[in-house]
Design a protein around this ligand. Structure first.
Ligand code: GTQ
Ligand code: FE2
Length: 364
């Protein structure tokens, strides 16, 4: 019998509690913390410093062959509030992956969706269902649910990048499937992926007679830094605002890149700061360029390139630039929106001195 048994001073009631436990039943009136006034997450605001991640990734590269443990040399960011679960926030896996020169992480596929964000270096190709996607600094690369993916590094230099997966979500839904790829390597390279030639043609240009669109995610699998950089600069320029944030989108239908994860990037010029925001659901941040301070809840963390941060649900956060800073982020927002559970609050603009603020639902 593993059901928790409650106890009561009253002898008869105590007897009832014993019988309930025997039948795998629990009395709601003895349970607390289920329907909280506000989200109460066990995740805490946290930073994994880029310098440590690079160094430990390199050491793992020296000590551990890539074919041990799922054919990936990956260090998972474990939020200390989550009791040892290998998750950065309750809904997102975040990790650094290290691939040495001339190494291959062989093909497999799984129902959890994954994305790669590159902070520095280049030279690895991720082959997604046979389409080779080169990875370089500032690029966002998608490996959507159930697509075969292999990473190979034909050069001599090791490379490290950020992985974010919706694994905790898919796992909570008991919907994880995994399959190894066909034997033998693909090893394909190429200067521009088919996905980009079809759907990355140019601003606002999509093919009239293209291949059938994948149902639940973007047909474009690589978002290149040169495009992102140009768009951030233009947005700052046209708004004259203190900072600019872009959402990575499906170029044809405008939705999020994948059904469970929203990707965004913010540029905050030197000395400026973002509004303080909070929303339901978890978020992972990764600093691409520049330095400053990232505030999450009551914590103030120094921020440097390669740093990864956990923003727990309903926790206010803001980026304060020292030098101009570019910060990539992934959240579970599409899931909350699909379920009608998204609440967002801007504590800088929406508030009565930050005490109360307007709540907005999805789509507003
Ligand atoms: O690169 O395929 O961080 O399957 C976790 C699981 C990376 C990958 C992770 C994976 C991968
Ligand atoms: Fe994978």
């Amino acid at each position: 019998m593993t059901t928790r048994q409650f106890s009561a001073a009253d002898h008869e009631l105590d007897g009832l509690y014993a019988q309930l436990a025997e039948q795998s039943l629990q009395p709601l009136w003895e349970l607390s913390g289920l329907l909280t006034e506000e989200p109460r997450t066990r995740a805490i605001p946290f930073r994994w410093p880029g310098r440590e991640l690079r160094e430990l990734g390199r050491r793992a590269g020296d000590l551990v062959p890539v074919d041990r443990g799922g054919d990936r040399r990956v260090l998972a960011c474990c939020n200390p509030g989550l009791g040892g679960a290998p998750y950065a926030v309750p809904t997102l896996w975040a990790a650094v992956q290290h691939l040495r020169g001339n190494e291959v992480a062989p093909a497999h596929r799984h129902t959890p969706s994954a994305l790669r964000f590159v902070v520095e270096g280049e030279g690895v190709w991720t082959v997604v269902d046979g389409d080779p996607l080169h990875m370089g600094a500032g690029d966002l690369i998608l490996t959507p649910s159930w697509t075969f993916h292999e990473h190979h590094n034909p050069g001599d230099r090791p490379m490290i990048w950020l992985d974010v997966l919706d694994l905790p979500i898919v796992s909570a839904l008991d919907a994880v499937f995994f399959e190894e790829g066909p034997d033998g390597q693909d090893g394909r390279t190429g200067s521009r992926s088919a996905s980009e030639r079809w759907f990355g043609g140019g601003p606002g240009l999509v093919p009239v007679d293209g291949p059938a669109l994948p149902e639940h995610r973007s047909p474009l699998l690589a978002y290149r830094w040169a495009d992102t950089d140009r768009a951030l600069a233009a947005l700052l320029d046209v708004t004259g605002s203190r900072y600019a944030t872009l959402r990575y989108s499906d170029p044809v239908r405008g939705g999020d890149v994948m059904p469970t994860m929203r990707c965004e990037i913010s540029r905050v010029p030197a000395g400026m700061a973002t509004d303080t925001l909070r929303q339901t659901g978890g978020r992972v941040l990764c600093v691409l360029h520049g330095s400053g301070e990232i505030r999450i809840g009551a914590r103030r963390f120094a921020a440097e390139p390669g740093d990864i941060f956990a923003v727990p649900s309903w926790t206010p956060w803001a980026v304060h630039a020292g030098t101009e800073i570019d910060v990539f982020s992934t959240s579970d927002a599409p899931v909350l929106e699909a379920l009608g559970l998204m609440r967002t609050q801007n504590l800088t603009t929406g508030g009565n001195g930050g005490v109360t603020a307007q709540l907005t639902g999805a789509g507003e």
